[in-house]
Design a protein around this ligand. Structure first.
Ligand code: F6R
Length: 616
């Protein structure tokens, strides 16, 4: 939530590169944006409500002077409504210190009062302006800038990723983090900071990741990194395997569409480029770190996640039961925190998160660890908090996901969970080597079925159904068994980007309430592929039709029985049952995309949402 980009270079002007980096972060928040530069000892700031395009227009009208010391921010409002005055960067009242900040300072009111009593004046409602004044008050006591920032942060409760610039310290930036991501980019001619790696890929692919409590002073040719205790440290560097092109739209009108189309490649990147050894057994990368003996020792698995990742986790639990005969449970990470602290026993907790920065998921992970449990993270972002703090790790290697609505990350997570279930099945002796290879063969074969999903005939079917949905206000997604999490995901995708009301339900639940809603204006999207739930799904379709409800069915190619009952059919190829969620989810992603397009929505940056939810 909120995006930060900052740079300090040895000579020249870095404004354009910082702005380009900021644009790649717009998915993190887009209520307002701003930039500050230092030029000839003076700080200049431009800020604008709305998207970064508004800031760009402002910068065209009212140019900032060229500078090699620049900070910028795109905001998702927490304190203070979206408005020019509340946009970052924020200055202290003497305009000597300027700050961009992600996170929330919980005790800002108390700090504000104290600073106001000491004569500081405030012009915004934000916690960040308080921070700028607090740092200035310490700098004014004669402390060096880095020491002043650390002294200020000692007084602060809450989360922050921040960058500080000072008019009196012209060649340096101070960066610090606590529960909000911040990376340092290492360049040949300067150093950079950002809340996310994609913002800096056009400048560098070498990074340092700050841990909680750490801070750094960045100069163009050197830096000083201090531990939480204030001791100089040398953090490990990380070479990012994402390319700058992966963070671009590549000719697609929206990131979401590009990312939907990348899913066949995700299959290769998540599964076959890294996770399968030459004998066809699943062998994860080194960070996995769990032996077969350890895996065989777990008595149950617990999956935790939020949003789309939660739906992937639900499928993980089902794979585990099928392939490893191991019981599991799936919990919303934010709810776990309020459950009674039972004994962890011999359980492994799998935390699934695309960003690895979701506050609820991170808190749940830490709570499990506090109770003595072990955590396996399934995550897309190298160097993220989940990737660093989980005891064990599977990286999904989907490449950067920029569209706010998650698509390819879900695909990568489900693939990784399928592989995990095979590995557990092998470790527990439930699957022999041949069976393991067969399940992997099914996964490998899936690639050939993707062509059918993106064929023009299928896209036409999706468009027709989408045209119909643009005229309704509400709808129901139904699925049973493996298709239940897909129904939940389909409903989430539709509401996120089209703003239509949609609910996902297990189809068996329909008669226990939701059926009351059905009439000709309240359609049902039914996942009715030929699996063990097929006959029951057909009965559900009949029940909907009998009440005048319209049916959009996701069905296997050429299924006449479904075609006879449904108003719209979207065909998918027939694949092995366990893998069918990877096939049925794709037309649902495309369906919501087409509905949102038809309704003229802002697909990559839907209202009120942010890509990575770093506050609880
Ligand atoms: C849905 C979506 C969100 C995220 C959720 C968890 O399209 O993007 O529901 O899935 O905020 O995010 P991660 O996976 O980063 O933990």
């Amino acid at each position: 939530m909120c995006g930060i980009v900052a740079a300090v270079i040895s000579s020249g002007d870095i404004r354009a590169e910082v702005l380009a980096g900021l644009k790649t972060l717009e998915y993190r928040g887009y209520d307002s944006a701003g930039m500050a530069v230092l030029h000839q000892g003076e700080i200049s700031v431009r800020r604008k409500m709305g998207k970064i395009a508004n800031l760009e227009a402002e910068l065209d009208r009212n140019e900032l002077p060229p500078s090699g010391l620049v900070i910028a921010h795109t905001r998702w409002a927490t304190h203070g409504a979206p408005a020019d005055r509340n946009a970052h960067p924020h200055r202290d009242d003497k305009e000597r210190i300027v700050v961009v900040h992600n996170g929330i300072i919980e005790n800002f009111l108390e700090l504000r009062q104290r600073l106001a009593d000491a004569g500081h004046e405030f012009s915004t409602e934000t916690d960040t302006e308080v921070l700028a004044n607090l740092i200035a008050s310490h700098r004014n006591t004669g402390l060096e800038l880095h020491a002043a920032v650390r002294a200020a942060l000692k007084e602060v409760h809450g989360a922050y990723g921040l960058v500080v610039m000072s008019a009196d310290d012209p060649e340096q930036l101070i960066v610090a983090r606590m529960d909000s991501p911040l990376v340092i980019g290492l360049g040949d001619h300067g150093n950079y900071a950002a809340s996310d790696m994609p913002a800096l890929l056009h400048l560098t692919r070498d990074f340092l990741i700050l841990e909680n409590g750490e801070s750094a002073m960045l100069r163009a040719d050197s830096m000083e990194v201090l531990s939480a205790a204030g001791k100089p440290i040398q953090p490990k560097t990380l070479h990012c395997d994402w390319t700058p092109e992966q963070a671009e739209r590549g000719g697609y009108p929206h990131f979401m569409l590009k990312e939907i189309h990348e899913q066949p490649d995700v299959l290769a990147r998540t599964a076959f480029d890294r996770c399968v050894d030459k004998d066809g057994d699943v062998d994860f990368e080194e960070e996995f770190g769990l032996t077969d003996a350890e895996l065989a020792g777990f008595e149950r698995l617990r999956f935790m996640a939020m949003g789309t990742s939660l739906h992937a986790a639900m499928l993980g639990q089902k794979f585990l039961a099928e392939l490893a005969r191991l019981p599991g449970e799936t919990l919303n990470a934010s709810e776990f925190l309020y459950s009674a602290p039972l004994e962890e026993g011999n359980a492994l907790t799998v935390v699934v998160s695309q960003s690895g920065e979701t506050a609820d998921s991170l808190r749940a992970m830490r709570e499990v660890q506090r109770r003595g449990g072990r955590v396996l993270g399934i995550c897309n972002v190298q160097g993220s908090t989940l990737a660093r703090e989980a005891d064990h790790l599977i990286l999904t290697h989907c490449g950067p996901e920029i569209g706010v609505a998650s698509t390819k990350a879900f695909f990568g997570q489900v693939t990784a969970l399928y592989l995990l279930a095979i590995r557990l099945g092998r470790a527990r002796g439930v699957l022999n080597a041949n069976q393991g290879r067969e399940y992997l063969h099914d996964l490998r074969n899936l690639r050939h079925h993707f062509e059918a999903l993106f064929r023009q005939e299928s896209l036409d079917e999706i468009k027709q159904a989408a045209d119909f949905l643009t005229g309704v206000r509400s709808c129901l997604f139904l699925g049973r068994g493996l298709q239940h999490p897909v129904a939940l995901e389909g409903a989430l995708k539709l509401k996120e980007i089209s703003y239509l009301h949609a609910e996902g339900y297990p189809a068996g639940e329909m008669k226990h309430g939701p059926i009351a809603l059905i009439d000709e204006h309240f359609p049902v999207i039914a996942l009715s592929v030929k699996d063990r739930t097929y006959e029951k799904m057909l009965s559900n379709l009949e029940e909907v039709r009998a009440r005048g409800g319209k049916v959009i069915a996701i069905a296997n190619q050429g299924d006449e029985r479904v075609a006879a009952t449904a108003d719209y059919v979207i065909s998918v190829p027939e694949v092995p049952e366990l893998l069918s969620p990877l096939v049925t989810v794709v037309p649902l992603q495309l369906l919501s995309y087409e509905v949102a397009l038809g309704l003229g929505r802002d697909i990559d940056q839907p209202r009120n949402l942010a890509k990575s939810v770093t506050v609880e």
